[in-house]
Design a protein around this ligand. Structure first.
Ligand SMILES: CC(C)(COP(=O)(O)OP(=O)(O)OC[C@H]1O[C@@H](n2cnc3c(N)ncnc32)[C@H](O)[C@@H]1OP(=O)(O)O)[C@@H](O)C(=O)NCCC(=O)NCCS
Length: 315
């Protein structure tokens, strides 16, 4: 019997310390007006002593609780992150240890697109029958990576984590993931990258990233629709990577999609890299937006460049 996967649980976690745009303007030459007009961001959450593994564990635990799946039935944990606490072992192994379960656990590195890449490997493991329940976490603490004196980049990012549990269902069930699509373009690797390990700060060609983000996220949704012989009119919600409201609006414009059906949560948490999609999904669930049978198109783009999409029917 062929299997597919569906999202059985979602959760997210933001550290309690909030830095507003006005707070930032006290120590870097910027303003609430500049940041909000250019990005739509109002504030970001910053970890005070909590590690990448702490944040990942918190959202993973809540996602498992929300899924109703017995924790001992979790077969695997995949953590997407660019901001691990130590080079090894994987953050995912700490999450498994804190959860008190023995299962395969590894990290993947695809920056802001990491959560979609995580969905891709977890969905494939379930389709192949290798796993029944896989936790996919997106977590990043850019606060420890950015140069807080560089106004070009520090205003854009925040810390956070989000997780889903992907569970196995039957091919004929009328819900679940239709497909995931992932892509990379290594010739653009230097346009958005951290400084060498040990140095604080990141290099970003903002305008090039902006242009590529709009086309790549838009195209990845179009590819997913074509692959599934579906039309954009069938899509109820687009859940895009939350980097910049103007990018999100441009993606909606590029695919000719109504902004009222696009999930936006970045005003509250800024760009949390791999965590933005589950954070946005969790905020939409709290707002009672997703109904059973809704079609969701998730998409993200980030450093690499790497990007991708996931098309699914909500259970
Ligand atoms: C970064 C970004 C917001 C800049 O917006 P923009 O419209 O391209 O910026 P502009 O070119 O109009 O403005 C740049 C000017 O603002 C200044 N500036 C940059 N950051 C600033 C800040 N935080 N506050 C005030 N001024 C700032 C620059 O120094 C520059 O000044 P100059 O013209 O005197 O040289 C935009 O390019 C962007 O969002 N890119 C994508 C970034 C991203 O999402 N990265 C992560 C992807 S996963």
């Amino acid at each position: 019997m062929l299997k597919k996967s569906y999202i059985s649980g979602v959760a997210s976690y933001l550290p309690s310390k909030v830095i507003t745009n006005d707070d930032l303007a006290k120590f870097v030459d910027t303003s609430d007006e500049w940041i909000f007009q250019r990005t739509g961001i109002k504030q970001r959450h910053i970890s005070e002593g909590e590690s990448c593994a702490d944040l990942a564990y918190k959202s993973a635990k809540m996602a498992i609780d929300n899924s109703g799946i017995d924790i001992n039935d979790i077969d695997g944990i995949v953590v997407a992150t660019a901001t691990t606490d130590v080079r090894f072992p994987a953050v995912a192994t700490y999450v498994a240890g804190r959860l008190g379960i023995d299962c395969y656990a590894y990290d993947i590195s695809a920056a802001c697109a990491g959560f979609i890449f995580g969905l891709n490997v977890a969905d494939n493991a379930i389709k192949l029958g290798q796993s029944k329940n896989v936790v996919v976490v997106g977590v990043d603490l850019f606060s420890k990576l950015v140069d807080w004196k560089d106004r070009n980049t520090c205003v854009l990012f925040g810390d956070g984590s989000g997780a889903v549990v992907l569970s196995s269902c039957e091919e004929e069930d009328d819900y679940g993931i239709f497909s995931t699509h992932i892509y990379s373009s290594g010739k653009n690797a230097d346009l958005l990258k951290s400084y060498e390990i040990g140095k604080i700060g990141l290099h970003m060609n903002g305008k090039a990233v902006y242009k590529f983000a709009v086309k790549s996220m838009g195209d990845s949704i179009i590819d997913a629709l074509k692959y599934n012989n579906m039309d954009k009119k069938q899509v109820d919600w687009v859940v895009p990577h939350q980097a910049n409201l103007r990018i999100i609006e441009s993606v909606a414009n590029y695919i000719d999609f109504d902004m009222d059906k696009v999930i936006v949560s970045l005003q509250n948490h800024a760009n949390t890299s791999a965590a933005t999609i589950p954070l946005a999904m969790d905020s939409a669930i709290r707002d009672n937006k997703f109904k059973s049978g809704d079609i969701l198109a998730l998409t993200a783009m980030g450093s690499g460049f790497s990007w991708g999409s996931c098309l699914l029917k909500w259970k």
